[in-house]
Design a binder for this molecule. Structure first.
Ligand code: HEC
Length: 154
């Protein structure tokens, strides 16, 4: 018993102590007209797919799971969100210039088709966020037509 406590006490103490390091939650103010889905006026079904599969890491609005406030999970989530948003933030789509939008649309299709996105570790828990072949096709077809639209509009 003593031996068990010898190991257990430091572990429990560490788990308690790390709870005091709390990354700020990614829960921004509502986007003022710059959100990807609002700006792009895509079909509702496609908007639903992107919202459900991409927005947790690529927008200012994460839907946190129950363990989202528990370290060290909260740190891992926070890192994914910070890195995801650094590459692509759907909440500020409207402030990107046309060239950036076209590049991102191409990347969105590519990352989805290659199976790189959503991240594998995320899919383990968010099974409903997995992209079916049909969803990937819908994303890519729409992304291509949206790129053309952006290119041709003044
Ligand atoms: C669990 C968090 C998470 C989810 C969910 C997620 N991403 Fe990402 N995404 C990241 C991270 C982290 C990076 C940066 C590191 C990397 O490329 O692996 C990234 C990078 C990207 C990039 C930039 C790639 C580059 O090379 O610049 C694109 C485009 C992208 N994601 C699209 C998507 C799309 C589309 C979805 C939904 C189908 C999605 N992501 C879902 C975390 C996520």
């Amino acid at each position: 018993m003593r031996r068990v406590l010898f190991y257990l006490i430091p572990v429990v103490a560490t788990l308690i102590l790390i709870q005091f390091i709390r990354p700020e939650k990614n829960l921004g103010e509502p986007d003022k007209g710059t959100d990807f889905i609002q700006v792009s006026q895509m079909p509702d079904t496609l908007a639903g797919i992107i919202l459900n599969s991409c927005y947790d890491c690529h927008s200012n609005h994460t839907r946190y799971p129950w363990y989202g406030s528990v370290a060290p999970f909260s740190w891992i989530l926070n890192r994914h969100i910070a890195e995801g948003k650094a590459h692509l933030n759907f909440s500020s789509w409207g402030v990107m210039d046309k060239a950036q939008q076209i590049t991102q649309l191409d990347q969105i299709c590519e990352e989805s088709s290659s199976g790189s996105m959503p991240l594998k570790s995320y899919l383990l828990i968010h099974r409903s966020s997995r992209l079916s072949d049909q969803y990937i096709r819908a994303i890519c077809e729409w992304a291509e037509s949206e790129s053309l639209k952006i290119l041709t509009e003044k």
